[in-house]
Each structure stands twice: as structure tokens, then as C-alpha cells.
Write a protein that binds this ligand. Structure first.
Ligand code: SF4
Length: 241
């Protein structure tokens, strides 16, 4: 278990809050702001899926920090080079990257497969959305915990980014897994850069005393750390429920 944002060996991050946010699940179901309210039937399905999920979630997060240098849009960390578009402009000067691999385990996706086999399609799709939202929230919670660990020791932590998003080549999953193997969390990577269990997220954050975070107000807005003295923006909702 790690209690340091600069943990140099891969370790588990324990005790993270994990909630299933209704609005987030509904977003995975295709509901967007202004696109119509979900019906009572949909909300009933959500309640059933959330209740099912509670016994199926096995959250685990593996994490490690690696000294790093960012120059001309390339992050050199250990023996790996990571090309992330716009990262120099967004993160500025960093001293380390933090690499995490998180998962909710494979029980939920096995249950989704069973439900599809039983032709219980609406519940299967809703449970899958619940799993996706839970995985996202686990990664958010890990990001918040790292920020919380960093501030008292004079460091800052950026928002997380993941291979395959915002123009970052998904092939860099291999580099991330080299820096922080998913094994402690029970996550493996195949030759096509797909993770197993599928409800897994790998991510990287920038760390350093001067790394740019001031424009990342979204991080504080949705952070579960209700009483954080360093909060940069109020949270209109809290995930700690
Ligand atoms: S409220 Fe903001 S500064 Fe405090 S831990 Fe959360 S993200 Fe970090």
C-alpha cells in the first residue's frame, strides 16, 4: 500500500472511495444534458443494476512514480519515451510522472455476459454502464488521492491522461505497463493493447513543484475531498456518498 505520491515501487493505493453516480451512468446510457429525462422504467433498471453491482465490484489501483523530463512534447521516464500531444503546453515543468492502473475486477463483466446469455438485454446494458461509471470514478478517486498526498510535501499533481485519448497513441499502453505493471491490481495487457479485465483504466499524471495545474479547475470541482484546504474551486456535488 502506498502513502507517497513519489512511491518508487509499484504498490496498491488502498481505501479509495468508490461510488456509482447516477448521472455518470446515464451519460454512458446516452443521456446528455438537455436530451430528455430518463423514464421511471430506466431509473428502476438503474437501481437494480446498482444494487447488483455492489456485490460485484473489487476495486484495485496499482501505482508508481518515476523521475521524468518533459522536452519538446516528449516525456522521458525511466527507459520509456511518451509522445503526448500538447503536453508541454498543458503540464509545463515536471519532475516525475505518476502511472496508475486501476480496475473494478472481472466479476461485473462476467455477470453482464450471463445477462446477455439469458437475453436480459436492458439490465445487461445498464449493468455494463454501471461498471464503466464505477471504473471512471475509481480513476478519479486515485487522481484525487495523489493530489491530496502531494500538496503537503510541496508538490502538485495534474489531471490524469490515458493512452487512446486526446490524440495520445494507444500503443503507449505498453510503455505505461512497463513503468507500472498492472499485475498488483490484477490487470494484464494483450498484444493489441487491450486490458483484462476490460473495466480497467491506465493513466498518467504529471508531478512536480512547478507543474501547471491552476487551469485544471475541473479537478477540484468534482473532487471528493470535501474539506481539502487547498481546493481551487468549489464542488457543486460530492461523490462521497
Ligand atoms: S480539492 Fe482540489 S486540491 Fe484538494 S485534493 Fe481535491 S483536487 Fe486536490
Amino acid at each position: 500500500m502506498t502513502e507517497s505520491v513519489l512511491a518508487c515501487e509499484p504498490a496498491l493505493v488502498e481505501g479509495l472511495p468508490l461510488s456509482i453516480d447516477r448521472d455518470e451512468v446515464l451519460r454512458f446510457q446516452g443521456y446528455k444534458n438537455g436530451s430528455g429525462a430518463p423514464s421511471a422504467e430506466v431509473l428502476e433498471l438503474f437501481a437494480e443494476a446498482r444494487s447488483l453491482a455492489e456485490a460485484l465490484l473489487a476495486p484495485r489501483v496499482a501505482y508508481r512514480a518515476v523521475p521524468a523530463v518533459l522536452a519538446r512534447g516528449v516525456i522521458r521516464a525511466g527507459d520509456q519515451s511518451l509522445s503526448v500531444p500538447e503536453i508541454g503546453r498543458l503540464w509545463g515543468t515536471l519532475t516525475h510522472v505518476g502511472v496508475g492502473v486501476c480496475t473494478i475486477g472481472d466479476a461485473l463483466e462476467a455477470r453482464v455476459a450471463d445477462l446477455f446469455s439469458a437475453r436480459e438485454f436492458p439490465l445487461a446494458v445498464m449493468l455494463d454502464s454501471v461498471g464503466s461509471a464505477a471504473t471512471e470514478h475509481l480513476a478519479e478517486s486515485a487522481n484525487d488521492r495523489l493530489c491530496q498526498l502531494a500538496i503537503p510535501v510541496g508538490l502538485k499533481v495534474t489531471n490524469r491522461i490515458s493512452p487512446g485519448y486526446a490524440g495520445w497513441n494507444v500503443a503507449d499502453q505498453r510503455a505505461l505497463f512497463t513503468l507500472c505493471p498492472g499485475e498488483p491490481a490484477g490487470v494484464s495487457l494483450n498484444e493489441f493493447c487491450f486490458m483484462t479485465p476490460t473495466k480497467s483504466i491506465s493513466f498518467m499524471v504529471g508531478i512536480g513543484p512547478d507543474v501547471r495545474v491552476d487551469h485544471y479547475f475541473t479537478q477540484c470541482r468534482r473532487c471528493w475531498m470535501r474539506d481539502c484546504a487547498y481546493r481551487r474551486a468549489p464542488a457543486p456535488v460530492t461523490y462521497a456518498r
